[in-house]
Design a protein around this ligand. Structure first.
Ligand SMILES: [Zn+2]
Length: 159
């Protein structure tokens, strides 16, 4: 029989009602730990974490989930938790993009993420003009999973 599982309340941040950031990343379990490490490198303290297949892809025009996720960000992350920063992370080999094999080259995959995330950033900026919007993606290079932020000029930036 499975034993009851418990965590000391004192070890959890229940005295807090606000956090600085929210992050949207893909549901893919392979990237859970890595994405959270990268998000922690970008922001201090706790963050709301929205995990959904395709991450930024669901915030593109025409996505059936765009309105629902936008409402969740507005009602929970902004109004309730008072975030000032919103992070959107796409990832290498994402099934929502047909995996890396559906691109003819790593460059093509990277360009797709930069294009989509640039659109996502301007959409989120128009919805949430008071928030800092940070968009990025992971790629593989030299045996490393490397995270790159998309700069405002559309070029990849290392972080
Ligand atoms: Zn994915």
């Amino acid at each position: 029989m499975h034993k009851n599982y418990s965590i000391p309340l004192a070890s959890l941040p229940f005295e807090k009602h606000r956090c600085r950031s929210a992050a949207i990343s893909c549901i893919d379990f392979r990237f859970l730990d890595a994405d959270r490490q990268f998000i922690h490198s970008l922001t201090e303290g706790n963050f709301d974490h929205i995990k959904i297949a395709g991450a930024g892809k669901i915030l593109l025009a025409g996505s059936p989930l765009r309105g629902e996720i936008t409402n969740t960000i507005r009602n929970v992350c902004v109004k309730l938790h008072g975030i000032t920063e919103l992070i959107v992370l796409n990832h290498w080999d994402c099934g929502a993009y047909g995996s890396s094999k559906s691109f003819s080259s790593p460059q093509e995959e990277e360009e797709r993420h930069i294009r989509d995330l640039t659109e996502v950033r301007s959409f989120l900026h128009s919805e949430f003009p008071s928030l800092a919007i940070i968009v990025g993606y992971s790629t593989v290079t030299g045996g490393q999973l490397e995270y790159r932020l998309v700069e405002h000029n559309g070029a990849p930036g290392n972080r």
